[in-house]
Design a protein around this ligand. Sequence first.
Ligand code: AMP
Ligand code: FE
Ligand code: FE
Ligand code: ZN
Length: 284
Amino acid sequence: MTEFRADLHCHSTYSDGSLSPLELIQLAIKKGLQGLSITDHDTIGAYPEAIVYGQQHHVTVIPGIEFSASHNGKPVHILGYAFDLNSPSIRALCNNHKTRRQQRNQAMMDRLAALEMPIDNADLPTTITGGTIGRPHIASAMMKRGYVTSVQEAFKKYLREGGAAYVPGSRITIEETIQAIHDAKGLAVIAHPHLVADEQTITYLFNMPFDGIEAYYCLFPLDRCQRWLKAAQKRDWFITGGSDFHGDVKPNIPLGASWTPEATFQRLCDHHKQVNERRDPHLS
Ligand code: AMP
Ligand code: FE
Ligand code: FE
Ligand code: ZN
């Protein structure tokens, strides 16, 4: 019997991943994963179709999302899991992000134009309904126009935080993000604490009403997880894990590189089952 693994962090074509939800599920099977959550940036466009594909292919899929939030001007990512997919609070927050991103993408394109590297909306992918467009798509457009030779170069030279074409966009707080996830009866999880650069932000996050922390992340070795495991145990938080797989966009990170063990995944599934059973029948 192979070890149970559920990868609870990956991206589809609804945000900046290169595989569709169905292709992700097919890859999950190939990799021997038993559970999956597709956590696209600021959108639940992959659902509910992803859950249906999961049922058809015998991989348990739970609802997930990765929200962008901001604390003192610093970006923080927050994962939401096992929420009610019909919840108006999640949909409202996704809509806020959509507006934030439209304004922000335009502002970044204005900066690029001022740097004599114009790109326009026609250069960006025409996403499927409900899809999120962000910096990786702008980076690809810059590459196609020949301004840079790789996505990495676009980030390094222009789009990284503080880069000449970087714009943060309107800020959505950690508090309102956790609140929206809780209003949708979901669980709010600190994404990749390994990537939070400063201690002040970590202390702040540790004092927020999260339900879990992504202690196992990407290709980070186990010794880089210890601090997060201890913090979770102290607070009785869920300990989750995921790869942050993006497909061709980040080719060195395989699906299943990090995962959530069976007992925790089962608790998340039970939680989602209860959410569905206790749903307000007036919401459809
Ligand atoms: P955005 O949400 O529009 O700010 O874009 C953030 C996304 O850009 C992240 O989720 C990553 O997938 C991607 N990203 C960030 N930094 C880099 C980088 N240096 N190279 C490639 N992709 C990156
Ligand atoms: Fe991403
Ligand atoms: Fe992230
Ligand atoms: Zn991610």
